[in-house]
Design a protein around this ligand. Structure first.
Ligand SMILES: Nc1ncnc2c1ncn2[C@@H]1O[C@H](COP(=O)(O)OP(=O)(O)OP(=O)(O)O)[C@@H](O)[C@H]1O
Length: 306
């Protein structure tokens, strides 16, 4: 993991803490004429918190298949492991390709409580909800934009997320409607960017970062996933997808970078519904997820106290 001091990281991620009135949103709008800016501010939708949820953390990347769900699942279980007294939730916002039910081994349909809200399914101490628990894959395949928005809203407002300290949201690939809708309707504590070191991934990831910056969502850090792979014979570590993530982080002024190796144990954990954090809690790979969890807890604690 690479990070500078937590203090300077916080100043970078949450500039509004130091200057609450002159938030980055206003700075961005200041490039417009005052009339245009006023109009835009009026049109911004009101962000409505999710009842009982303290922090919403998005896990995102422009590119598909780089390990967002893997990161989300292992981060959620790591948060529960390093802070057992905290309540952790995991929301699968990928309605077209939900993978949380498989990765968390939760295949039931949720119950409805007296308030007519769905009760999250729980495994490894983490509360989960996914479209995969509500419909069949075939039904999702024919959805159009507005239906997707309706589905996301159902996962957010139609679920009893009450008493959740950290809600991890696994987002779909791309920079589309889902991200816009989440960013515009919810008070997001920040986004964790996941990417591989491959050039093809980095370009798209950069676009994702630009989108979140424009939406004034704080970027909490980057996870370079599948960074290295250890040779089984000589233990030499190879950068499978290249190693340009640090360069991207520097360009984007993001000073927190975590590297997770490419490891078949992680793949098997995803496929078997038993995350590596649960099956190999003392491994070096899990240490990275736990460091990431501790970093986020400390960061958000300080932000809260200010
Ligand atoms: N660090 C890792 N080591 C080994 N395998 C990994 C690692 N990270 C992810 N994988 C594997 O890579 C595949 C893609 O991961 P995952 O589904 O998490 O990506 P994603 O970005 O969420 O995909 P999508 O864009 O389709 O939602 C999965 O088979 C997963 O098990």
């Amino acid at each position: 993991m690479f990070t500078t001091s937590l203090g300077s990281t916080i100043n970078r991620i949450y500039p509004m803490i130091n200057d609450k009135l002159k938030c980055s949103c206003v700075k961005h709008l200041s490039q417009l004429t005052e009339k245009q800016a006023q109009l835009m501010r009026k049109k911004l939708p009101q962000k409505k918190p999710i009842k009982g949820v303290k922090h919403i953390i998005l896990v995102a990347s422009g590119k598909g298949g780089v390990g967002k769900s893997t990161t989300a699942v292992n981060l959620a279980t790591a948060l529960k492991s390093v802070a057992p007294n905290k309540d952790v939730g995991l929301l699968d916002a990928d309605v077209f390709g939900p993978s949380i039910p498989l990765m968390m081994n939760l295949h039931e349909t949720p119950l409805i409580n007296n308030d007519n809200l769905m009760v999250p399914l729980v495994n490894y101490g983490v509360k989960c909800m996914s479209m995969g628990n509500l419909i069949t894959e075939q039904s999702a395949a024919i959805w159009r934009g507005l239906m997707v928005m309706g589905a996301i809203d159902k996962l957010i407002r139609g679920v009893s997320w009450d008493h959740t300290d950290y809600l991890i949201v696994d987002t779909p690939p791309g920079t589309g409607d889902t991200h816009l809708s989440l960013a515009q309707n919810l008070p997001i504590s920040g986004v964790l960017i996941v990417t591989t070191g491959q050039k093809a991934a980095l370009g798209v990831t950069k676009r994702g970062i630009t989108m979140f910056k424009k939406l004034n969502i704080p970027i909490l850090g980057i996870v370079q996933n599948m960074s290295t792979m250890k040779c089984l014979k000589c233990s030499h570590e190879n950068y499978v997808f290249g190693d340009s993530v640090q360069e991207l982080a520097t360009q984007e002024k993001i000073d927190t970078l975590f590297s997770v190796p490419l490891d078949p144990v992680i793949t098997n954990g995803c496929d078997s519904g038993q995350p590596i954090v649960i099956t190999h809690p003392e491994s070096s790979q899990v240490k990275v997820y736990k460091n990431l969890a501790e970093y986020l807890i400390n960061l958000l604690d300080i932000v809260n106290s200010k």
